[in-house]
Design a protein around this ligand. Sequence first.
Ligand SMILES: *[C@@H]1O[C@H](CO)[C@@H](O)[C@H](O)[C@H]1NC(C)=O
Ligand SMILES: *[C@@H]1O[C@H](CO)[C@@H](O)[C@H](O)[C@H]1NC(C)=O
Length: 864
Amino acid sequence: MFGSLVLLLLSSVATSGSLPSGSASSHVSFHSFVERGVFGPISTGSAAGIAGGQIACDSPPVSSFFAGLKPPFPTNSWWAPFAAPPGTGTAAGPFPYESALDGYGVQFGISTNRQWDGTSIKQPTQIDWLASFTEHSGTFANHKATSFDTQSVTIQYFQGSASMTAYLVPGSPYMTFQYSQATPLLKSMHGGIKMFNGRTIAVGETSSATGTQFTVVDTAGTTYRIYALASITLTATSISPNSGTISAGTQFTGVLRLVMLAQASHQALLDQHYQVYPTSVGHDYSFTDTTGTLFFNWNTVGDGSQLLMLTWPHHRLTMQNPNFPATTALGYLTTKGWMYPAIGNTWKMLYQLTSISWNAPRALDSSCSDTVLLGLEYEVGQLNSSQAPVPGDFYYWGGKLAAQSRLALIADNLGRPDLVTPVINYLKASFQHWFDSASSTLPAYETAWGGVISKAGANNAWVDFGNGYYNDHHFHYGYFLNVAAVIAKFDTNWLNQHREYINWFARDIINPSTQDPYFPVARCRDWFAGHSWASGIANGAGSRDQESTGEAVNGYYGALLWASVALSQDYVNYAKLLIATEQQAAQVYWHLYPQAGQTDRDNPYPEPEVRSLVTMGNVQDWQSGAWLFWGSQRSQIAAIQILPVTPVLYDKQWVENVWSYTMPELVNPTIGDEWKCVIIAAYANSNPQAAASWAANLTDWGSGNTFTNEMYFIGTRPNPRGTPICSDFPQNPYGSFKLQVASSGAFVTASSATPNLIATPGSSGAAAATFTSAYVPNAGTLQLAGTGQYVTADQSGSAALAAARATASTWERFTIRRKVGAAADVYSIRAGSNGLYVTVAGDGSLVNNGANEAVAAGFRFVAA
Ligand SMILES: *[C@@H]1O[C@H](CO)[C@@H](O)[C@H](O)[C@H]1NC(C)=O
Ligand SMILES: *[C@@H]1O[C@H](CO)[C@@H](O)[C@H](O)[C@H]1NC(C)=O
């Protein structure tokens, strides 16, 4: 319907006007972008009708901080530590700086201490200066946020008629402080003051200078330039070897800008551009049917075309028509790599949008059809809507149900509507609990910050991974939206009945508009950092982190599916932009490429030792490392950047890196198949044939994946070799059989009186037991005809197999394969309970104790 038209008019109209009176620089023009082109709210309705009702989190914003502002408030932004109690945590920016608020003012600095500990790159926060004014009493309540947008926050410190306003704008090399009738006071925090404007000052001495440009060197050797936008007299005082101040003798109304001078050669560019400063950021976007363009539009004081900002690698990779000075002109090494300069107050970043929606972008390879359909029939057959799970939490429920929901999509894709309905009924039966106020696990609308939370977590950060404190919402609600979208796709009545309710979950993570009175804009997304933060407001909003880029992408993928069935094309596009940006950041900052060059401009990790770890587990503001809060295996660290397995893609080079890096674990039988299956699926993006043969040996897909989804995914990858992907996919012989030991010719007996499976020498086929061999994914069950009992094998490997279970679970599964090196009709049997092969003991008992196939007994399956 939209063709290739640009959907939105995004002209960033600069309006000129004069500065408010009292400004020292009223001759400069004031550029302000009108926020045009951003989408309106998904809805403006309240979530009062949500099953858990309303509740207030026991950790509301610091009461004075948002004075004069009303929720919804951002919870996962880089500056959440300013707002979350106690309000003194270190904020993840504004990069290249990190900052914190104390009673007197804004502390800030750039970490110059880059460390490598074998697992992580670390740049511990460094505080260089405190910006304050002498009139301020230090009363903590005497500061507040006066405004914020999708990237920046404006903080004002005030005392009587004196004030200092800090424009904290990510990417600005200068920290900007606008004083009004206040006496500027800067305190050195990283050492004492050694030199001021080229003059060495000893402890106890002072030095004054008048003008607009100053240079100060602290005793740690760190140099800052101080720019005043109106002439000022500053006096530097060396108080002790560890402390010093720079103050103005009188009240000042005007702007001071501080910038770390990392190298003397950077001064020229900084001197050239200090007069233009950003006060806030507008962002908008435009779309074609294949691309999305993201715009950052800084509102500036001064000529916006001369605004000097800093870029991260992910910006540089997508910026259109950039005005980049030489990288030697200015640069700061941060945990996201080098920040380099760009000039101008509009950035335009182009992203390719995914064309994938419900299913893979190509048909299932015909060689995989039987395999997938068998799995589908079996796995759908396991879903009994009378036994649909009652949600006991948000995260695991969502992951499991989302995995089941894919079965409906695959059935639909393969033309099996008969297999769609049972899945939808099952999903609906389980989802129904979220609408029921009598449920034990409930979503509620949280009123202190504004959002939907897990009600039981409103006063307990340990519930649902801190969901009540706004952790992980995009992970959790992404799964909810996946499930709801699938139900809605096949049940319009359900959609119409529950659209507003499901929208509360969608609005919680992808609300695009400040006009939504109940939810902040794109809660988890840090637009300047280019990705989402999982961390909310727990622990004073501590460090920002995100471990699971796979689930972050899936969060926006769930939103895409929901938008495509329940909302308009605008929100489909918005979700696609969120996917594209999150994927790019995952690729740039989480996926590591040993192939990258050490001096590549856009390689965030110059150290080759870091990149040889192939995958970051956790990216934080001050460190990034190949570790997780919960696991240390290579396959876990990589798999959490991949799962859940959905049609959204992973890049070929990285999956090849992951494949070789995790290989020691992939061949290690003690590592769980629930992780291996994720790595194997991802590897199909490089070599689907190899992935299929590895997938044939899996017996566990975890709660977040299914056999059907694994094989569907592998069978729908690009196939550059062109050979069948699932050729010779092995399976058990299915049907009714008598089992004969190949070496002795003895047949296996079992009965209700003697349930053990025993190969009796010289026994005839007539006396042998008949077993029904039935399908389970990559294995099967053996059921004794006559008694109906399933053959079980315990984990000890010391007891005989016995036809002794009324129902079949994992201990009643066997993988029966053509035995390597034996005649064509001879099979080995491997027990699912312990992974060992069945041998024949001296007394003829069948025992699952063979370490490898070579020592396994060979069996003929003689049709009964
Ligand atoms: C589904 O579950 C119900 C309730 O437990 C049970 O009565 C019914 O037999 C089950 N249906 C199937 C096909 O197993
Ligand atoms: C799968 O298992 C079989 C039997 O144990 C083994 O021969 C084969 O090498 C395995 N395939 C892969 C790809 O590991």
